[in-house]
Design a binder for this molecule. Structure first.
Ligand SMILES: Nc1ncnc2c1ncn2[C@@H]1O[C@H](COP(=O)(O)OP(=O)(O)O)[C@@H](O)[C@H]1O
Ligand SMILES: [Mg+2]
Length: 416
């Protein structure tokens, strides 16, 4: 999907308007390089009018050699012969005037044709992975983890990430990020059978760091009208336009959360060091087993892992029968960053909690990162999340429920 580079966010928004749904906007050429490193299927870079001409030409030169299948389109505020000559010499595929949306649309069409001719249509297909953050208890840090994981995966725009707030009655993703959504999942009700990416894109709220958010409804009573079918439809549609979809959940196996878990590729389970939470997490893990959800793709995150309450991480591992994949200690900075609306991975990237969450994000998608310099208390383990350690994360591998799953599921639903 096209990527737009412009230091001015207003300009990014205007250009994105003329580009296909699912296009990404970033503020600098450096961030664009991060994006390209993760997107071998990318076919076009649009350099906005506020990117300095010299820098824009340098990008054209660079990509002409390093990524010949990527077309670079230069958008300029006024076109003169000198700019055109310099752009063509540097290897720009097209130069269009800022106000000329039609010319930009045509340039994108040509770039796509060229890409298909060079790589074949399969090269441009995208299927994102769904990462669900779950815990049967409230207040353990699910939203904090979901928000920070989404930002870590987004990596300043290097990947296209959508955070979905499925705590439908009391969702607080938007407030945690100080966003004021004009739309929410509520506006997709009724479109379950016809939902497409373009419709859904209009319901998303953009966070400053180019993360997209599908907010929870503003009123708790709407939850009843969000069907599990709609949840499935939303997540499947988002897979077409995003690299990763991070789902924050309610602290219960409600039917909407079950629908999300069913679509889940990687499940992060949040626990804290107290007996009631661990008891409930144990029951939740058994339920996930019965339902066949994310087996071998579960990652236990121990939040407030340094609380001196007489329970060690080792004890937790033996109670739950799974390894601790990441530990985040209690830190006043985490709560403070929630209160200021700038999550810790952005507010304090060097903080040990941020490093642990970034490492977990990398583990989830199978990325190789430099081992973080973290203390014993905060280190994110590099082990797989299963006791055997024999199943590393396989990102993006879809799950399908078999008949047994369905049988257990219906039994479970009746019991609820
Ligand atoms: N490791 C931590 N250290 C300090 N405060 C934390 C930590 N994790 C979460 N919090 C705070 O605890 C509160 C509840 O966290 P939240 O993520 O909303 O939980 P949940 O979504 O599970 O209900 C928030 O105010 C959050 O800032
Ligand atoms: Mg929450």
């Amino acid at each position: 999907m096209p990527i737009v580079v412009d230091p001015e966010s207003g300009s990014v928004a205007t250009l994105l308007h003329s580009l296909p749904t699912g296009s990404q906007g970033v503020e600098s050429a450096e961030r664009m390089r991060g994006w390209l490193a993760h997107h071998p299927e990318e076919y076009i870079v649009v350099l906005g009018p506020h990117l300095e001409l010299d820098e824009a030409l340098a990008v054209c030169e660079e990509l002409r050699i390093s990524r010949p299948t990527v077309s670079v389109v230069l958008v300029r505020e006024g076109l003169d012969a000198a700019v055109l000559r310099a752009a063509m010499k540097a290897g720009a595929r097209d130069v269009v005037e800022d106000a000329d949306a039609d010319a930009l649309v045509a340039a994108v069409g040509r770039a796509y044709q060229l890409f298909v001719a060079l790589r074949g249509p399969a090269g441009a297909v995208r299927r994102g992975s769904v990462v669900t953050v779950f815990s049967p208890k409230g207040g353990v840090g699910k939203t904090t983890v979901a928000v920070n994981l989404a930002l870590a995966l987004n990596e300043g725009g290097a990947r296209r990430v959508c955070l979905v707030d499925l705590d439908l009655a009391f969702g607080d993703v938007a407030i945690t990020m100080q966003l004021f959504p004009s739309h929410s999942i509520e506006h997709a009700i009724g479109a379950e059978d016809s939902l497409d990416l373009e419709q859904l894109d209009a319901l998303l709220t953009r966070q400053a760091d180019s993360l997209m958010v599908l907010a929870a409804p503003a009123h708790p009573d709407v939850r009843e009208r969000v069907s599990p079918h709609l949840v499935t439809s939303v997540l499947r549609t988002l897979r077409e336009g995003f690299d990763h979809i991070v789902v924050d959940t309610a602290p219960a196996f409600d039917e909407q959360v079950l629908a999300a878990l069913d679509e889940t590729d990687e499940c992060v389970i949040v626990a804290t060091l107290d007996v009631p939470t661990l008891k409930n997490v144990k029951v939740a893990l058994e339920t996930l087993d019965l339902l066949g959800i994310a087996a071998d793709h579960r990652h236990l995150l121990l939040n407030r892992a340094d609380d001196a309450v007489g329970l060690s991480a080792e004890k937790v591992e033996s109670i739950l029968g799974m390894r601790v994949a990441a530990r985040v200690s209690s830190a006043v900075e985490i709560a403070a960053s929630t209160n200021t609306g700038t999550p810790i991975v952005v507010d304090r990237p060097e903080h040990q909690a941020s490093e642990a969450l970034r490492q977990l994000a990398a583990d989830l998608i199978g990325d190789v990162v430099e081992p973080p310099d973290v203390s014993l208390h905060l280190a994110a383990s590099t082990h797989a999340s299963t006791p055997s350690g024999a199943h590393p994360a396989r990102p993006g591998v879809p799950r399908t429920a078999d008949t047994d799953d369905e049988r257990v599921r219906s039994r479970f639903r009746i019991r609820r």
